[in-house]
Design a protein. Structure first.
Length: 397
């Protein structure tokens, strides 16, 4: 009579099965982990949804608040040379503005509203010194992001007070707003949502994205304007920057740069122009930007400076070289959220009402698209017209 497996044999078999199961589980976890990391970097993944690239925040070298105030003053129509930017005793930015009493009266409520929209707190102090009136503002968003503003104007003399007031400048004859949605090419569903907005939106397509060519073709067929979103090296080495395909880096030769630009252009059909993806480092360097802009000029493409750093020279250089160009005024989703993007849209509308032109850049986040769905139909009520970015450039930026 043949006996069955011994206890020892059964224990060995059981141990082998457990080891096999443990090894299989470890292999599965490794596969899932690698797939999750790929999705987190925005690369192709099989089990997890790829995270769409996030906007590069403005460079830490120039605080967000200073850039916002700088753009506000630029858009206020003040005479050239009336604004000086210095450094306060604590090292924070100090803006000194010389203007008329009438201009200050008009600017004050608009500045207060703009600061509240940017979640800044402020206080004001009025002083009368030797015939001059000065309003000193202290403004802060947090402990590190703060600045000072000083508005000064001569106190009117009795004879001057009897003179008729200067006429209030007329409102711009037209008020145009252009919205660019960056980082396109990773989701055709998102593209469908943008097409369904039924508005003249400009999309900017990443050249190495999975659906770059298809995204550009579908957008063009649906009446949207298409741009190339050209990747460039950034200062803060944000996640994924070093591995971004087609990335233009500081230190490349002009021939290398132009070859990369040409390759990216070839990947995205129907483009009218180009704006930078990231690029806070290269947009400060003429040696990198000049060969890029020379290529675009040869191709008769316009350029939009995304202004991922306040120190960018790209827009000024493009204008000097004779390119059709513009620059971004407001990021609609520097912080992701429906309420935040709607507040930024309000700021874009007000800028257009003051200057006649405003350019906003957004990204294909669900919260941003919801804010656009709710805000774009309101433009007509503010007598603001949404247009493609090429229309802003054609009429002068």
């Amino acid at each position: 009579m043949k006996s069955g497996p011994s206890i020892k044999d059964r224990m060995q078999n059981s141990t082998g099965i457990r080891l096999y199961l443990i090894l299989a589980l470890l292999s599965l976890l490794s596969v899932l982990g690698l797939d999750y990391l790929a999705a987190h970097r925005g690369e192709k993944a099989y089990f997890f949804s790829a995270r769409e690239p996030r906007a590069e925040p403005p460079s830490a070298a120039r605080p967000f608040l200073a850039e916002s105030v700088r753009l506000f003053l630029d858009a206020s129509g003040l005479p050239p040379g009336s604004v000086r930017e210095l450094q306060d005793e604590d090292g924070s930015p100090l803006f000194i503005v010389q203007l008329s009493a009438e201009n200050y009266a008009g600017l004050e409520p608009l500045l207060e509203e703009a600061l509240r929209d940017n979640q800044a707190v402020f206080d004001k102090d009025k002083k009368e010194i030797e015939g001059w009136t000065t309003y000193s503002w202290r403004i802060a968003r947090d402990e590190k992001d703060r600045l000072a503003l000083a508005f000064s104007f001569p106190r009117p003399t009795p004879s001057a007070e009897k003179k008729p007031r200067e006429p209030v400048p007329a409102a711009p004859a037209e008020r145009l707003v252009a919205i660019i949605i960056d980082d396109m090419g990773n989701s055709l569903e998102t593209l469908k949502e943008i097409c369904n907005l039924g508005q003249p939106i400009t999309i900017s397509v990443l050249p190495q994205s999975d659906y770059a060519e298809e995204t550009a073709r579908i957008a063009h067929e649906n009446g949207l304007e298409v741009m190339l979103h050209l990747p460039g090296e950034s200062l803060n080495h944000q996640e994924g920057n070093d591995s971004t395909p087609g990335l233009i880096r500081s230190g490349m030769s002009p021939e290398e740069i132009q070859a990369l630009v040409e390759e990216s252009i070839a990947r995205v059909p129907h483009i009218q122009g180009v704006n930078n993806h990231m690029g806070s480092k290269i947009t400060q360097e003429e040696a990198v930007m000049r060969p890029i802009l020379e290529t675009l000029k040869r191709r008769d493409l316009f350029f939009v400076d995304s202004r991922t750093t306040a120190d960018s020279i790209a827009f000024d250089l493009a204008r000097e070289m004779g390119l059709r160009c513009a620059c971004r005024h407001i990021f609609l989703d520097a912080s992701v959220g429906v309420d935040y993007s709607k507040r930024q849209m309000s700021g874009l509308i007000r800028l257009s009402q003051r200057t006649g032109r405003a350019v906003g850049i957004a990204h294909p986040f669900p919260e941003t698209l919801q804010a656009l769905r709710e805000s774009l139909p309101l433009l007509a009520g503010h007598k603001v017209k949404p247009v493609f970015i090429s229309e802003i450039i054609r009429r002068g930026n």
